[in-house]
Design a protein around this ligand. Structure first.
Ligand SMILES: O=C(O)CCC(=O)C(=O)O
Length: 309
């Protein structure tokens, strides 16, 4: 659907100015949108996973742990599939933020994936400039991510940062010159944008950020040793945006659940080519690991299925 077609459907929760602003800039922030008791409940649940991580010596299918993790000082970098890990997260995914997604994607939408990202300071937790679509290409770009701040996020805590209007330009490869996946844009591609226009989104807990799957975005490293900056991300897609079946490791069983409206009978193709991510079928850790030098096994381009000669 074009923005005009999406806007022709009456909104569930957003006003016209908010929808217009999203289509214009590729991002939106709704301050203190989620009631605090809902956030507090999610934080209680989150604590149980931090506790659970104390017994881990390495990341597993549920929890990604970062450098320096110890039982005494757990460093949980990501809860990989919160929607599958606890019903409270899934209830949240299918609640009011799904209405927000429907106001921006059209009445028929499905859930794509969720993750809960943390930043604990120490300068290792930068997320460099990237677009989301090269991680999970779809037949059209009506795909977005909603981030929910589970704690207050100041400018020093690594808030979401988006280059406005970047979603209207082009999709960039996130491989280096040797064909190795980096999960971030090359410097020469970042230089195509005016980073001085970046919209930073510090906000109180309970605020949500929304960014388009083609929007160029990043988060700076935290310079505080504060609250871990828990950012609960839920990604949704228009029902007619079909994911390419790239060799991705498993998503949650909730993936592609229709959360508003009806399934699509036809795929919509938006006509712009899309780079394909590498073969992650043997495992994926997190964007932090992919963007740092932690990759013990470089992930080159997907070699494709070869004929069995
Ligand atoms: O958690 C963060 O700091 C940013 C995450 C992000 O940009 C992403 O997952 O696409």
């Amino acid at each position: 659907m074009t923005p005009e077609q999406i806007l022709s459907n009456p909104p569930r929760v957003l006003c016209q100015a908010q929808r217009d602003s999203y289509f214009e800039t590729g991002c939106l922030m709704l301050e203190s949108f989620i009631p605090i008791d809902v956030i507090d409940h999610l934080n209680e649940v989150t604590k149980t996973f931090i506790e659970k991580s104390r017994t881990l010596a390495e990341s597993n299918d549920e929890i990604d742990i970062g450098p320096g993790h110890t039982p005494e000082n757990p460093v949980v970098r990501r809860l990989k599939y919160p929607d599958k890990s606890h019903q409270a997260y899934w209830d949240f995914t299918t609640g009011i933020i799904a209405d927000v997604a429907a106001d921006l994607l059209g009445p028929d939408i499905y859930f794509h994936h969720s993750k809960l990202n943390f930043k604990w300071g120490g300068g290792t937790d930068e997320v460099k400039w990237h677009q989301d679509l090269p991680f999970y290409p779809h037949t059209n770009a009506n795909v977005l991510a909603i981030g929910t701040y589970l704690a207050d996020v100041t400018i020093d805590d690594g808030p979401l940062a988006v280059i406005p209007g970047s979603h209207k330009t082009q999709i960039h490869e996130q491989f280096d010159d040797n064909g190795i996946w980096t999960g971030s844009m090359r410097d020469e591609d970042v230089a195509l944008y005016d980073t001085d226009t970046t919209i930073y989104m510090p906000a109180p807990k309970g605020s949500i950020t929304i960014h388009h799957s083609r929007a160029v975005h990043s988060t700076k490293p935290t310079t505080t040793t504060g609250n871990g900056r828990p950012l609960l991300i839920n990604s949704y897609a228009a029902a007619d945006a079909f994911p390419y079946t790239t060799p991705k490791n498993t998503y949650s069983p909730h993936g592609r659940t229709i959360v508003r409206g009806e399934p699509a009978k036809w795929a919509h193709m938006d006509g712009s080519p899309c780079p394909i991510p590498p073969d992650w079928s043997e495992g994926y850790t997190s964007i932090y690991a992919q963007q740092s030098d932690e990759n013990s096994r470089p992930t080159p381009r997907d070699p494709g299925i070869r004929p069995n000669l």
